[in-house]
Every structure is written in structure tokens, then in C-alpha cells.
Design a protein around this ligand. Structure first.
Ligand SMILES: Cc1cc2nc3c(=O)[nH]c(=O)nc-3n(C[C@H](O)[C@H](O)[C@H](O)COP(=O)(O)OP(=O)(O)OC[C@H]3O[C@@H](n4cnc5c(N)ncnc54)[C@H](O)[C@@H]3O)c2cc1C
Length: 238
């Protein structure tokens, strides 16, 4: 039963898609941590500014670092510039005040002008962040509880705009109790490794962030910690 300002909704099958917020099913909370990701948006570029960077076909792109930036051009020719600096707060706190982080915005702005020196002086009109539902294998996972009447999907790890549609279809298959091509996928049948409890969780995430930053500074060379995670099938290499 869901209580809303408009009344109660009763259903005997439920798809839970609560993203980085704590799952209503307690055991699922071990599988995701909220990691904050941030983005900037510029004012609209003039035709001359756009021509100066030679971005002709409006592609979205990202760089190939571990701590990568993602970049898009909006329909009104603003540049969305995000990523790089991700942040985990001890005990996985999700708070509205974490949505703004001036240090990260300053880092992103510095990287922006290093990439597009021709745009020096361009203003950023928007800056924001939000929590992403990170799981140890960096791709969505699924589960059912209450004898198949509750389905759950999460763990999109910041790549959910397209993938959550697939996630919803998987949940509908699971709730219908149907054996489909989707429900037979290994990524649907198997769950990622859970995160350890705090403070080991916090230490592990900090060690991983530090190691990824070092790898980026050393031509991608991975240290012992990252190689161990790779061997265990954790992270983007999973
Ligand atoms: C800064 C930033 C940049 C991103 N960039 C990209 C990108 O470039 N490409 C990409 O693919 N993805 C990106 N993502 C991730 C993407 O936005 C998410 O993966 C996707 O929006 C998740 O969709 P969802 O439906 O799972 O969750 P949401 O859209 O967050 O919906 C979850 C809903 O559940 C509600 N909810 C939670 N708990 C409860 C509860 N207990 N009771 C009632 N309601 C509840 C919430 O209020 C919310 O409305 C980005 C995320 C951030 C923060």
C-alpha cells in the first residue's frame, strides 16, 4: 500500500525502483551505495564559439580515463560537462545539501577550460549533483521477494537513463512469473557481491577512488588493489 497526497494505492504486485535511496527491502541495502556525481551546464554558445571547437555533428562523448568526464550539447547549444569527481559520504548518507559541492564545480570548470581553451570566459549557468546507485559490478541487478510479488531493480551506477527502461521490463517479466530471454540473462539471475559493513566499506571505496586516480596519472597502470578487484569481477571490468 502506498500513501500519497492524492490517496492510497493498493496493489498485489510491486516493482521497487528506488534508485540510490534506501530500499524498502532491508537485505537489498547491502548491494548499493549512494555515490555523488556532479555536472555543470554552460550558457548557450554562439555560432562562432561552436565553430571554434569544431563540434559539428552534436555527438555526446566521454574521455577514456577511470575518472571520466561526460559531455553533451543541448538543443540550445549549451555544453553539459560532468563526471570525474565522485564522492561517497560515510554510512551512505543521501542529503539534499550534498547536491551542491563548490570544490567539485571548480575542478570541473578547470578541466572544461583545459579541454576548450577557445571558450575562456564562457559562463556556467547551472551546477548540480545527485546520488547514483553504485553496486560492486557497476551494472543493474534484480531480485524478487514476498513469493515473487515484489520485484526490485537497482545498481545502475550512473548509467540508468536508457538502462532503467530495460530494468522495468525485467521487473514486469519477473512479476508475471514468466521465463523470458531477459529473465534468463546471467546479469538478471546473479547478484553482485554485497558491500562490506562500515567502516570497511568507506575504507574500501576510498582506496578504490585513490587507486583509480593514480592509475589515471600513470598511463592507466593498475595497482595491486585494482588488480585484485578485477580478479574478483568488481567494478567496470566485471
Ligand atoms: C549528476 C548525474 C549525472 C548522471 N548522468 C547520467 C548519464 O549521463 N547517463 C545515464 O545513463 N545516467 C546518468 N545518471 C544516472 C541516471 O540519472 C539514473 O541512473 C536514473 O535516472 C535512475 O532512474 P531510476 O528510475 O532508477 O531512479 P529515479 O529517477 O531517481 O527514481 C526513483 C524514484 O523513487 C522515489 N523513491 C525512492 N525511495 C522511495 C520511497 N521509500 N518511497 C517512495 N518513493 C521513493 C524517488 O523519490 C524517485 O522519484 C546521472 C545521475 C546523476 C546524479
Amino acid at each position: 500500500m502506498v500513501r500519497t497526497p492524492y490517496g492510497r494505492v493498493l496493489a498485489n504486485r510491486v516493482a521497487l525502483a528506488t534508485n540510490a535511496f534506501p530500499s524498502l527491502v532491508k537485505r537489498h541495502r547491502l548491494y548499493t551505495v549512494p555515490v555523488y556525481d556532479y555536472a555543470l551546464m554552460t550558457e548557450p554558445l554562439t555560432d562562432e564559439q561552436l565553430a571554434s571547437i569544431g563540434w559539428r555533428n552534436r555527438q555526446g562523448f566521454s574521455d577514456a580515463a577511470n575518472q571520466f568526464h561526460y559531455v553533451r550539447l543541448s538543443t540550445d547549444n549549451r555544453i553539459l560537462w560532468g563526471g570525474y569527481d565522485t564522492l561517497y559520504h560515510y554510512r551512505g548518507r543521501v542529503r539534499a545539501e550534498h547536491d551542491q559541492r563548490p570544490e567539485t564545480f571548480a575542478t570541473l570548470a578547470r578541466h572544461f577550460f583545459r579541454t576548450f581553451p577557445q571558450l575562456e570566459g564562457l559562463r556556467f549557468t547551472h551546477a548540480w549533483g545527485g546520488a547514483i546507485d553504485t553496486c560492486t559490478r557497476f551494472s543493474a541487478f534484480f531480485d524478487t521477494t514476498h513469493r515473487g510479488r515484489v520485484a526490485f531493480a537497482a545498481g545502475f551506477t550512473g548509467l540508468g537513463v536508457g538502462a532503467t527502461r530495460f530494468g522495468a521490463e525485467v521487473m514486469l517479466d519477473l512479476l508475471a512469473g514468466e521465463r523470458t530471454e531477459r529473465t534468463q540473462l546471467e546479469m538478471v539471475r546473479r547478484k553482485p557481491l554485497p558491500f562490506p559493513p562500515e567502516p570497511v566499506r568507506w575504507a574500501g571505496i576510498q582506496a578504490t577512488r585513490w587507486s583509480l586516480a593514480r592509475a589515471d596519472e600513470n598511463s592507466g597502470r593498475r595497482n595491486l588493489w585494482l588488480k585484485t578487484l578485477d580478479r574478483l569481477g568488481l567494478g567496470f571490468g566485471s
